[in-house]
Design a protein around this ligand. Structure first.
Ligand code: UDP
Length: 492
């Protein structure tokens, strides 16, 4: 434990993630890496997520540690109903509300931290790319500020081109028919750094709007055009060898773009401050034992992250596809994942007989949330049916597990394209995939075809590359050390 005088002389980094699971998790990993290097760290949750962590993990999750404190700010939305709601907030609503109300809350917090006796003065803010307004607040207060975009470089590159897509007349869409009439197949050959043949449909789904004032379209353009250039640097949870061309194109616009990934166990071991976790749902502890009972690479792991929602009909199709494929599966269905309009609630979630024949027999395991890093790292996991969220994609690459890609929204479609075409680790499934497509994709990735073997080989190669990037002397490890040295130099 540092003496009060030693604590007060440390550089003080304030971390402000966007309030969703896929952002809070990499931010907490960065927080622990900073803390391990003797930075004083303040980690900012929204009040809503702070309450959820208290419920899912108990007080220990937000109790902090010597030199690492948690603070909260409001998210700008009305209180949830019921107050103990454990559900992902609507992306559009939370983006709009944080952008509108966040600057005042962040200013008030930074002023409060500046006055607090015993705390070192704030020397640096690292805000989420989706909380880019915080950069302007910090700069106005004379505090250096970095933006950490928690998505892929290919995703960021696509967002950086949203303004051009509008200027060139591709977006907003002329009318709703553009969603289905082949318009989204339009190829774009002018985006430097993107893989050849990239289509409108491969770009983040926020372009699929007919409204020029669409919240996500306008906010993402502000992030690229106003926030990112104002930051002292950009952090990305990727590594140079994975996304070199996209990174070169990003660095042509934002020269101080620092790759620090994969922010996995190498950078932030789960054993470091283990009670401080970011999981907004409680993990089901039965997964490890169930996986232990299966052969190497025998299980397909199915998880669509923290935001994806599905209808009962889609769940039914996936269930039938998984049952028909015959492969053991571990399927995570979040408590808030299935949503149906109208009277859909009346339909049973799983097909008749599925529980008895597939789950009770032990061939399938179904839980509400799991420790994904542990599942992907288990020797029994042989394939990952994923929505291609960036954390899931990176965690899959780190574990060397091939993917079945079923992107839901945002830059997940871009990640899917790269996973399948560029990195060679994935097989894409159509958005409207039914039971036959699910069965065929599972058989393909888990089977013995040449394509499956190639995906496994590529996944194993990327696993090595990912480990090398964060090993001593690796590109991301050196970048992290340089970044730490840079922000430690700031004296206020
Ligand atoms: N996650 C987890 N357990 C689950 C589902 C997800 O720990 O059952 C974690 C996963 O490891 C990842 C994050 O939640 O770190 C999800 O982020 P991602 O970017 O993949 O998707 P998003 O939730 O943002 O759509």
């Amino acid at each position: 434990m540092a003496s009060p005088a030693a604590e007060a002389s440390k550089p003080h980094v304030v971390l402000i993630p966007y309030p969703a699971q896929g952002h809070v998790t990499p931010f907490l990993r960065l927080a622990k890496a900073l803390h391990a290097r003797s930075f004083h760290v303040t980690f900012v949750h929204t009040e809503y997520n702070h309450a959820r962590l208290l419920r899912s993990r108990g007080a220990a999750a937000v109790a902090g540690a010597d030199g690492l404190r948690f603070e909260t700010i409001p998210d700008g939305l009305p209180p949830p109903a019921p107050p103990e709601l454990d559900a992902t907030q609507d992306t559009w609503a939370i983006c709009e509300a944080t952008r509108r109300t966040g600057p005042g809350h962040v200013r008030e917090l930074l002023e409060r931290l500046g006055r607090r006796a015993g705390d070192p003065p704030v020397s640096c803010v690292v805000a989420d790319g989706a909380m880019g307004f915080a950069v302007h607040v910090a700069k106005e207060m004379g505090i250096p500020a970095y933006l950490f975009f928690t998505h892929s470089a290919c995703g960021l590159l696509a967002y950086l081109n949203f303004d051009q897509l509008v200027k060139r007349g591709y977006v907003p869409l002329k009318d709703e028919s553009c969603l289905t009439n082949g318009y989204l197949d339009t190829r774009l050959d002018w985006i430097a750094g993107m893989i050849a043949g990239v289509r409108l449909s491969d770009l983040p789904t926020f372009i699929r709007t007919t409204d020029p004032d669409d919240v996500m379209l306008t906010i993402t353009i502000k992030q690229s055009e106003l926030d990112a250039p104002a930051a002292d640097g950009i952090l990305l949870n990727t590594f140079d060898d994975l996304e070199r061309a996209a990174l070169d194109a990003i660095r042509a616009r934002l020269p101080i773009t620092i790759t620090v990934g994969p922010l996995g166990p190498e950078v932030s071991p789960p054993s470091y401050l283990p009670s401080l976790t970011s999981s907004l749902w409680r993990e089901d502890g039965r997964c490890a034992a169930w996986l232990d009972s299966h052969a190497d690479a025998a299980v397909v792991y199915v998880n669509f992250g923290s935001i994806t929602v599905m209808t009962r009909a889609q769940v039914g199709e996936f269930a039938r596809g998984l049952a028909a494929a015959g492969t053991p599966f571990l399927w995570v269905i979040r408590p808030d994942m299935v949503r149906d309009a109208g009277d859909g609630e009346a339909t049973p979630l799983l097909p008749e007989g599925f529980e008895e024949e597939v789950v009770a027999s032990g061939r399938g395991m179904m839980v509400g949330w799991c420790d994904q890093e542990a599942v992907l790292g288990h020797r029994a996991t042989g394939g990952f049916l994923s929505h291609c969220g960036w954390n899931s994609t990176v965690e899959s690459l780190v574990a060397g597990v091939p993917m079945l890609c079923w992107p839901f929204f945002s830059e997940q479609v871009t990640n899917c394209r790269y996973a399948c075409e560029e990195w060679g680790v994935g097989v894409e499934m159509a958005r409207d995939a039914g039971r036959r497509e699910v069965e065929a994709a599972v058989r393909e990735v888990m089977g013995v075809s040449e394509r499956a073997a190639a995906a496994r080989r590529k996944a194993a190669e990327w696993k090595e590359e990912a480990a090398a990037a964060v090993a001593p002397g690796g590109s991301s490890q050196r970048n992290l050390e340089r970044f730490f040295a840079e922000i430690a130099r700031v004296k206020r």
